[in-house]
Design a protein. Structure first.
Lengths: 323, 577
């Protein structure tokens, strides 16, 4: 196992290096110029060149690449061109917001999806199966911004149960007497609609994967054996079939958790959630190289390491798998 | 073992219950705090400021916050758009012979209670000069000397006469020497000092404006509290008694216009500080709790030609295209009535410099008359058709196989536009122009392109035929005409994207640049507009109207100005109802 983990980690390092290079090249090839916004019509060519030099963008591309790699090795991601702040600081501000919303949504959707998928497979062809499968297919195929706006309009605007958007109420956060408890409930209150949207969009995929995997498992000999042993249906479903059907779901949940750090630009935009997804879109569209590179690199790193974790988890869940 | 299994089964049930209970508790616990404070104005915006360092942030969203913090010597009167003293006590005293300008400051204080002095003004100028500050240096580089004559008098000596000195240099925001000087000193002699300078942000900026940032929760809201030392408080400037009469402003950041408009209708915000698109307007206009303001702005949206390529290098072709474009149709159908037709490169809102007598290609003509007029222009210039747009009986028909004066079939022309998700008006205008030109047999296609790529193609690579671009907020000083059309700017990354080259225009534009007499300059600018509309390197299309919405039940006293009610005057004058 240790040998396998070391081998996979070596692969991760190589892939990460390739990703670093691809990111560097891609952003340099992309149209647009970050300095363009700072150049005004009355600047002479010399003044414009001076500006490019002052901003450190006058170096040849290979020199920039070497500096970029060196900085990465020492954890230096530079400053955002537009915000002027260190990239790490910007990511540090936005990432927890994204993790809080998306990880909660993935866990909740996975728990419900797995449970309902299990029940749907067990009741194959019956009313429950039909209801769960249709619900999963409908919600999974909904266009996220449309669903989000619909929920905002209905629960936020018409019923006024939840806020229309944002992550906090300024009244609470500006109130010197507000306790941590008040602030906590305020965030939960604002999380309701984005959480519901993400849950509705995601639980269907887990349900369908679990259902399909369960259906294959139910045909296995050990299920017949369990029945022959006189075990209860609930026992067979929950303790014999379900654990063995979990493998594909584990991969799906593992990767979803990893990808949840990139947030969802659409969800974050519709709900004005100050997360990393919105920031990533801003950085790419405004040619903010340092910020965009760091965001992508973060996502790539987490996804790569999650893959390793999922592989290891496989061996733990299925004793037949040996590395 | 059985106990463990049972616990696992209960886990899901428990978690689901926890989530629902948490949401229910949050509704009870958090919802009541939504009540609005009477003297706090809540604004909805779509982006937060990029930085509170005013030398780095230049975008419109940052300016909404920064313009309330840092103040210039002179500012535009909201009614007349003329420059009036702001931090300055009176009009500048300019000696044309010695190129010396003396400005007296009014008694005013920074937000830390110290006096705003001539030293602060001189320091700001020196700092811009020292760092060759992007976007500002070109407005200051002709200032040879700045000196503080006394505590409240500053003198500028120019190296050459420059019209933009009054309109652009003296409207630069002033910063406090006491706060900025140590930073400047610490960066002297360092490499990439400009970069370090732009990346610096003061935790507590010292400001001269009516409000200052007290708390900024990144990505969520910016809280600005009233500056108790604001010089305008209780003063009458431009005939207006200033406040502010509100305690604070909260800028709430929304990801989409949909959310912001719903928030306005729900009462979460008092003012949506952005243009309301026509699609939302009907619903809002029917809402009795929302008051709508419609104001002109200083915008310019246009079709540009690449004069380096045929047939765009032929003025007859460009005039024919200008004749074919039904600008009133664009206003009526695409902008849904929320705009004005532009005939000149200066919008009519700029009353001092707008030339109302420029030639108006095809204005007031019907579709058939346009085609006939364009046909005459092209026929006279030697263009021929397989099937002409006007047949022998004078009836308009679909033209085919247009040939250039050298008897060659006309090559396919591409109109580049920003994509519809960036600006639907420009994308749709491109489509309409494509159809109008096709009626003349001109092989043309309108192609949306990502904004960054479009700018690079047009400005840097100069590999294009036509493009549609625009400026949402043009300077009130028409100096941009020289920047856009002087032949010196016809270079890669230069602002003369069309490649217009007219020595007569160059001469007049340079003369206007150095003309300090307003009347004389006005004449020159009028002449430049005439030349441009006659030579048609650009076809001005439209200037949208700014539509803004406020809660009718919350504040009164909004000040309409060119560009809308979202301005420092409004925020200094509004009072809670």
């Amino acid at each position: 196992m240790l040998k396998f983990v070391l081998k996979r980690l070596t692969q991760v390092v190589v892939v990460l290096f390739l990703i670093l290079t691809v990111l560097f090249v891609l952003f340099r090839l992309a149209p647009g110029d970050p300095v363009e916004r700072m150049i005004d019509p009355d600047m002479t060519t010399q003044e414009a060149e001076h500006l490019v030099k002052e901003l450190g963008l006058d170096q040849p591309i290979y020199t920039q690449y070497v500096i970029y790699l060196k900085n990465f090795m020492v954890g230096q991601f530079g400053h955002s061109i537009h915000y002027g702040d260190p990239v790490i600081e910007i990511i540090g501000e936005r990432l927890p917001n994204t993790i809080m919303l998306f990880t909660t949504a993935v866990i909740l959707a996975a728990l419900v999806g797995i449970s309902w998928g299990k029940i749907a497979a067990w009741s194959k062809g019956k009313g429950k199966d039909l209801a769960f499968t249709i619900a999963a297919l409908v919600t999974h195929t909904l266009f996220l911004p449309w669903l989000a706006l619909l929920l905002v309009w209905f629960f936020g605007y018409q019923l006024e149960w939840f806020p229309i958007s944002g992550m906090v109420s300024e009244e609470v956060w500006l109130d010197p007497d507000a306790t941590v408890f008040d602030k906590f409930w305020d965030v939960i209150y604002h999380m309701a609609l984005p959480l519901l949207t993400l849950f509705l969009i995601h639980f269907g995929s887990y349900l369908l994967v679990m259902r399909s995997s369960m259906l294959s498992t139910l045909k296995e000999d050990y299920i017949i054996t369990a029945r022959a042993k006189g075990l209860s249906e609930k026992d067979i479903r929950n303790h014999h079939a379900a654990p063995n059907a979990m493998l594909p779901v584990v991969t799906s949940v593992g990767l979803s958790l990893a990808f949840s750090i990139n947030g969802g630009a659409l969800t974050e935009t519709v709900f004005s959630w100050p997360g990393i997804g919105r920031e990533l879109v801003f950085a790419v569209s405004h040619n903010d190289y340092p910020l965009a590179q760091a965001c992508f690199l973060l996502i790539a790193t987490v996804v790569l390491f999650s893959n390793v974790v999922v592989d290891v988890l496989y061996a733990y869940l299925d004793p037949r798998i040996r590395y | 073992m059985a106990h463990v299994k049972k616990s696992r089964c209960l886990l899901l049930d428990l978690l689901t219950r926890i989530v629902f209970i948490a949401l229910a508790v949050s509704m009870i616990w958090a919802a009541p705090v939504q009540a609005a404070s009477k003297d706090i104005l809540k604004l909805g915006v779509l982006e937060e400021p990029k930085s509170l360092n005013l030398w780095l942030a230049s975008d419109a969203w940052s300016n909404r916050v920064l313009s309330l913090m840092y103040q210039p010597l002179f500012i535009r009167d909201p009614k007349t758009s003329e420059l009036i003293p702001w931090l300055a006590a009176e009009k500048p005293d300019f000696d044309a012979k010695t190129l010396t300008c003396t400005v007296k400051l009014r008694p005013a204080k920074w937000s830390d209670g110290t006096d705003i002095t001539a030293e602060d003004v001189a320091f700001t100028g020196h700092m811009i000069y020292l760092f060759k500050m992007p976007r500002h240096y070109s407005k200051w580089k002709f200032v040879q000397k700045i000196e503080a004559v006394d505590k409240h008098t500053v003198r500028f000596v120019l190296s050459s006469p420059k019209a933009i000195f009054l309109t652009r240099t003296l409207t630069t925001p002033i910063v406090q020497k006491k706060q900025w000087a140590p930073l400047v000193k610490s960066l002297e002699g360092t490499t990439q000092s400009l970069q370090q300078f732009l990346q610096h942000e003061f935790k507590e900026p010292v400001v001269s404006g009516p409000f200052t940032v007290a708390k900024w929760k990144k990505g969520v809201f910016v809280y600005m509290k009233r500056n108790p030392h604001f010089f305008g408080q209780g003063q009458t400037i431009a005939g207006r008694k200033l406040g502010p009469h509100i305690k604070a402003i909260i800028f709430k950041i929304y990801g989409t216009a949909d959310a912001a408009i719903l928030a306005l209708r729900k009462g979460d915000i008092d003012f949506y500080w952005n243009n309301i698109q026509a699609g939302y307007l009907k619903e809002i206009e029917d809402d009795p709790e929302i008051k709508i303001f419609k104001n002109k702005k200083s915008g310019l949206y246009y079709l540009g030609f690449n004069l380096r390529r045929a047939p765009m290098d032929d003025v007859a072709f460009r005039r024919a295209v200008a004749t074919l474009i039904a600008k009133d149709f664009i206003i009526k159908r695409i902008l849904q009535g929320h705009g004005e037709v532009l005939h000149s490169m200066i919008p009519p809102g700029n009353e001092t410099f707008y030339n109302p007598n420029v030639p108006k290609h095809g204005f007031g003509l019907s579709r058939e008359e346009r085609i006939k007029a364009a046909y005459e222009i092209l026929k006279k210039a030697g263009y021929t058709w397989g099937a002409p747009p006007v047949d022998a009986s004078g009836k308009v028909q679909m033209a085919k196989d247009i040939k250039t004066p050298d008897h060659m079939p006309m090559r396919k022309i591409t109109i580049l536009t920003p994509p519809a998700d960036y600006d639907p008006h420009r994308a749709m205008s491109g489509q309409m122009i494509q159809e109008w030109l096709r009626e003349m047999g001109i092989p043309v296609v309108s192609r949306p392109m990502a904004f960054g790529a479009l700018i690079q193609t047009v400005k840097t690579q100069r590999d294009f035929d036509c493009f549609i671009l625009g400026y949402g907020k043009l300077s009130m000083d028409p100096g941009y005409l020289r920047a856009f059309f002087h032949s010196r700017m016809n270079k890669p990354k230069g602002w003369n994207m069309s490649g217009y080259d007219n020595p007569e225009f160059d001469k007049v534009s340079m003369a206007s640049d150095g003309e300090l007499d307003l009347k004389a300059r006005q004449k020159l600018i009028f002449k430049m507009q005439d030349m441009l509309i006659s030579d048609v390197p650009y076809i001005p299309l439209y200037n949208p109207i700014v539509v803004e919405g406020v809660r009718a039940d919350r504040f009164t006293g909004w000040v309409p100005a060119l560009g809308g009610i979202g301005n420092i005057w409004s925020l200094c004058e509004i009072k809670p109802k």
